[in-house]
Design a protein around this ligand. Structure first.
Ligand code: PLP
Length: 395
């Protein structure tokens, strides 16, 4: 028999996939245009033209060596460009190529950081609602997940519960802002409060607790909200990022880890991260796409078009009586389910060909996630279906 833990994980895994498969069935019956599939976080935009131009240039020039192995941390020139970008946008000047490791997306980056940090049985704090894969990534490296819920009617983590959840085995906390699934952005003040708790508990236990900031939605921010820069707030920190959402390159598996230059034992940590990137089997981030993103770090995505969709969905749902917090970023919204049982609610929505993901899948039952990276036409067409759905729950 194969691994029991994998078989157990399969049972728990992915509401998103289950709903997507439900969608496939409905699309066959009703036609794709009549199914309102809000399940997947797969950007429907194309990568910016600068990425495509760079790719064409590389392929046309056909320079020898471009497809070979390289330093496991990635191409030096690309790492330097990422470091320059981070310095430019944060106002720091201390980040250099040595602090950057190119990875196979944010998912690869998270696995590399967790592998580097965790001894068996050590704990990683995850703030609900969370990206469900964290549970499996932590499990991959023998860690144990400890989930901290948010305050009531908010997505701000409950700091009292956070404090009580930290033990001598706590090794790291994962922070995801802008957050999947809520679109919530942790303010500088909230982050400072979190880090104060970590520092207090570090002193109490004489331990080291690292912050891992997972930021693939960093460019998808609305209403001029500013994202605080982690390195300014906490020394034992890693930024994990990718171009999956910011340059619409999800399938190309390209991202990076940035290590805080002020982290204690910097040299050992860098060496370990590069070793883990290699030995987890990634070896190095895809060569072609390292080069492809290097000159597009400042390229903008069309945030405005996502904002229009957010506004239409938020306005419609609140008008219909759904209770939701307005997302400040990402392309997700995470309203309260009108009934406690979010799974029953999303099953009922299927009656109107609306596909959603239950909050249960993100560690916060009683909610549902709607991903609005679908066309405005589909959103507009779905509105009467939401109206009918709301009526069924007397909203
Ligand atoms: N982290 C979060 C919060 C995500 O939503 C995703 C993907 O949806 C990832 C990480 C993984 O991103 P990548 O495609 O860069 O591996």
């Amino acid at each position: 028999m194969i691994s029991e833990s994998v078989v157990n994980s399969l049972k728990k895994a992915s509401w998103i996939r289950a709903m997507f498969e439900e969608g496939e069935k409905l699309r066959k019956i009703h036609g794709a245009d009549n199914v309102y599939d809000f399940t997947l976080g797969n950007p429907d935009h194309e990568p910016p033209s600068s990425v495509k131009e760079t790719l064409k240039k590389i392929v046309t020039e056909d320079k020898p060596g471009i497809h070979r192995y390289m330093n496991n941390a990635g191409y030096e020139d690309v790492r330097q460009k990422v470091a320059d970008y981070l310095n430019r946008t944060s106002g720091l000047s201390s980040i250099s190529s040595q602090h950057i490791i190119m990875t196979c997306g944010a998912a690869g980056a998270l696995n590399v950081v967790l592998k580097t940090l965790l001894n068996p049985g050590e704990e990683v704090i995850i703030l609900a609602p969370y990206f469900a894969e964290y549970i499996f990534y932590v499990g991959n490296h023998g860690g144990k997940v400890v989930i901290v819920p948010p305050e009531k009617d908010s997505f701000k983590p409950d700091l009292k519960i956070l404090e009580n959840s930290i033990t001598e085995k706590t090794k790291a906390i994962i922070i995801n802002s802008p957050n999947n699934p809520s679109g919530y952005i942790y303010s500088e003040e909230t982050l400072k409060e979190i880090f104060e708790v970590l520092e207090k508990k570090e002193k109490e236990y004489n331990s080291s607790i690292y912050a891992i900031s997972d930021e693939p939605y960093y460019k998808l921010v609305y209403d001029n909200v500013k994202l605080p820069f982690l390195f300014r707030l906490y020394k034992k920190s890693f930024i994990v990022n990718s171009f999956s959402k910011s340059l619409a390159l999800a399938g190309e598996r390209i991202g990076y880890i940035a290590v805080n230059p002020e982290i204690p034992e910097l040299e050992l940590i860098l060496e370990s991260l590069i070793f883990c990137n290699r030995t987890l089997g990634y070896v190095n981030a895809p060569a072609l796409f390292q080069k492809a993103i290097a000159d597009s770090l400042d390229a903008d995505i069309d945030v405005e078009s996502y904002k229009q969709r957010r506004d239409l969905i938020y306005d419609t749902l609140t008008r219909l009586g759904f209770s939701c917090i307005k997302p400040q970023g990402t392309f997700y919204i995470f309203p309260k389910s009108p009934i406690e049982d979010d799974i029953q609610f999303i099953k009922h929505a299927v009656k109107y060909n609306i596909l959603l993901v239950p909050g249960t899948g993100f560690g916060l039952p009683g909610h549902f996630r709607l991903s609005y990276c679908v066309s405005m036409d589909i959103i507009k067409k779905s509105l009467p279906a939401f109206e009918a759905l709301a009526k069924d729950f007397n909203l």
